[in-house]
Design a protein around this ligand. Sequence first.
Ligand code: PMP
Length: 301
Amino acid sequence: MKDYFIFFNNKFVRQSEATLPVLSASSQFGLNVFEGIRVYKEDSFYIFRLEDHLKRLNNSLSRIGFDTKVISTEKFIEILKELILLNDLNTDFSIRFTYLIDEIDSWSSNKSPVYFIAPFIRERNSSDTYKTMVLSDTRRISSLAMDPKIKCGANYINGRYALIEAKSKGADLPILKNKDNYISESTGACVFIVKQEDVITPSLDCDILESITRDTVIKIFQKNNYKVEERRISEDEFVESDEIFLCGSTAEITPIKPIKKRNFKIGDLTKFIFQEYQLAITARSYKNYAWTTKINFGKRS
Ligand code: PMP
């Protein structure tokens, strides 16, 4: 990966120069909270659902016990503009925005966190690719133990175990069930199924992250007069789905091959949401939802 400039601990530095003590709580225990935010390049750069990401990060900061509030939207945009210029970015990219502890301390650290904002190139999904999946034996972490609604680095180790299992079974990705045996989510993405014309997704009580893309998808379907159900999905119902797709800031819309389908073709509603999502992220449609923040460079652009 290219050694991009990032903003770390109040300075613009090369990624390779941004270091942490190995015995910091973040290095040892995955003690951090973060967001993955997409920026799309059209006539200008468009940040997708920035306010919602900052809101969720604020919530994660408070739930993990960090005594800091997230920086303002204005400050974030100023830093981002400088990163675009310093790195000479001219295409779609992603941002990792992370609060962590950069001092030697234990997992119970009550030190104040620092943050970094780091861009890296990531292009949009193409419409004809899909992934295979297995229903993993590894269960999604329970909100009673480690709340999946907090976007904390350590929570991702649960996804790592499930991914190792999925790969060992020859699939690209796992779909995890929760402690009560209902479908929960995948690693880094929420899941939707289609049965005839109905769109169904696990409800928020199924140990899932409150995904911003899931909300976007629900709103797009509803706007187009599709019925969307948020409820518990059993394994039997999941296995009988006509279509399955994942969604997330990184996953965007990712079609999934249902287990029983032999001659698999990406389904109509998956194609539909894929296309509509592309229109939403670039502000070509769904403008009244105000999901995108256009970056204006003034005279310099
Ligand atoms: N679930 C998990 C576990 C995730 O890490 C992500 C990615 N942030 C998602 C779902 C999708 O969330 P969002 O749409 O907000 O990116």
